[in-house]
Design a protein around this ligand. Structure first.
Ligand code: UD1
Length: 418
């Protein structure tokens, strides 16, 4: 039996916080078995992109803060790697838990997979791991070429949200996911198509564990708190210089930050014009990501003026509870985020995704999500179609039930501490 498994839980960008919090809390229930340590790379650093989530999700201040900030992809990844390597050598953790697909996920998986250090626990960890994985019976064939021998001098790497694929390598996240999966020893999937993707890519099925969706764990815990959010009253009482006040029971919520949508000025102009069109029917609430905010200053001045006079209500990034409240009350959500496709499906709120593909197809087949073409008349007409329908139900997706983090921690307990 191994005790006090020193575990690094890595966070970096906004969507990581609500995925790591439930796992951290679950581990904390077993202080004799786990010693969870939160490492924040600092990829996101603004109060409203980072600190607010620690407060709301009741996460302690990160034990280790790398403070890397913004940079080019290479610069940011490299900064995280160098700083993370030093922390690995200093603390010698046994286990690294990574979530999602951001640059911090990639950088930490690369670093952890190449590090080597001595520690007594590591030998035991690898022994137990190899024993457990070999004992697992799966139906598929396992390609032995993927095994590595010299693994007992580095921490074990676990990837949560493994196997998601958009098959679109123009997205930095698709590169990050593929590489992180490749370097991970335990692959925790949130839906069955994640398992299918990994198996069809030749991954050893004995390393794959279908556990469910940790982001939905957080939603289940905090849904009640979010109900008492006053964000709609606050927004509706603000004049905002708009013709109409935000109508509390009738609005569209928008988020937008994918480079493919916001970095290209023509694309951004087109999407903003569509939002102005939609706001003629009902209020649009648009909390703006810092990346998008910067790029919106380049919009042509005529459009900026139209936007100012429209019923599109622009706000700063919004905290977790307020945002959950807005999602649950919206008539429609328009987004290019990954996590929001899942949350709206769970909540039964229609979602139009401004992307040609998604790594979360289950939100289309079993949820409320629809991908739409990036063209102004299509965005407007699809929004109208949704608003005229009233037939959306909360999705009932397997293991999106608030217990994914419990399944993850139980898996660790089964492997290492039983
Ligand atoms: C990152 C993730 C993306 C995720 C998103 C969630 C990668 C490659 N992308 O995108 O998958 O969906 O986070 O928000 O990891 N900025 C600030 N303050 C902050 C953070 C960022 O002003 O606290 C600005 C900076 O100008 C920065 C830009 O936003 O250059 C982009 O930040 P970055 O972390 O590189 O990517 P995101 O677009 O946030």
């Amino acid at each position: 039996m191994i005790t006090r498994i020193k575990t690094f839980l890595i966070v970096g960008a906004r969507p990581n916080f609500m995925k790591i919090a439930p796992i951290f809390k679950e581990m904390k229930k077993y202080p004799e078995d786990f010693n969870p340590i939160v490492v924040h790379t600092g990829q996101h650093y603004d109060k409203k992109m980072s600190e607010i989530f620690f407060d709301e999700l009741e996460l302690p201040k990160p034990d280790i803060y790398l403070g890397v900030g913004s940079n080019s992809h290479a610069g940011q990844t490299a900064d995280i790697m160098v700083k993370f390597e030093a922390e690995l050598l200093k603390h010698k953790p046994d286990l690294i838990i990574l979530v999602g697909d951001v640059n911090s996920t990639l950088a930490c998986s690369l670093t952890a997979s190449k590090i080597r250090y001595d520690s007594q626990n590591l030998d035991k960890i690898w022994h137990k791991y190899n024993e457990y994985i070999s004992s697992r019976k799966t139906e598929s064939h396992y390609s032995s070429s993927r095994t590595r021998k010299d693994t007992d001098k580095r921490p074990l790497i676990a990837h949560v949200e493994a196997g998601l694929r958009s098959f679109d390598f123009d997205m930095p996240e698709e590169i990050n996911r593929n590489i992180t999966d490749n370097l991970s020893d335990l692959l925790f999937t949130s839906c069955r198509d994640g398992d299918d993707n990994l198996i069809s890519e030749g991954y050893d099925p004995r390393k794959i564990f279908f556990v469910g969706n940790v982001m939905i764990d957080a939603l289940c815990v905090y849904k009640k708190k979010a109900e008492s959010s006053k964000i709609l009253e606050i927004l509706s009482n603000q004049e905002n210089g708009k013709k109409n006040r935000v109508k509390i029971d009738h609005f569209v919520l928008v988020t937008l930050h994918r480079p493919s949508n916001v970095d290209d000025p023509q694309m951004l102009q087109m999407i903003i014009s569509a939002l102005i069109d939609i706001s003629q029917t009902l209020s649009v609430i648009f909390p703006v990501h810092p990346r998008t905010k910067k790029l919106m200053t380049n919009l042509d001045s005529g459009l900026q003026e139209k936007l100012r006079r429209s019923d599109v209500v622009i706000t700063d990034p919004i905290g977790y509870f307020d945002f959950l409240h807005l999602q649950s009350q919206a008539k429609l959500v328009i987004t290019d985020s990954g996590g929001i496709q899942e949350e709206t499906s769970y909540l039964g709120v229609p979602c139009l995704t401004l992307r040609p593909n998604t790594e979360r197809p289950i939100t289309i087949s079993e949820g409320t999500n629809k991908l739409i073409k990036l063209a102004r008349p299509i965005i407007v007409s699809e929004a109208k179609k949704v608003l005229n329908k009233n037939e959306f139900q909360p999705a009932n997706i397997r293991f999106w039930d608030g217990q994914a983090s419990e399944r993850i921690v139980n898996t660790f307990k089964k492997i290492f501490t039983v």
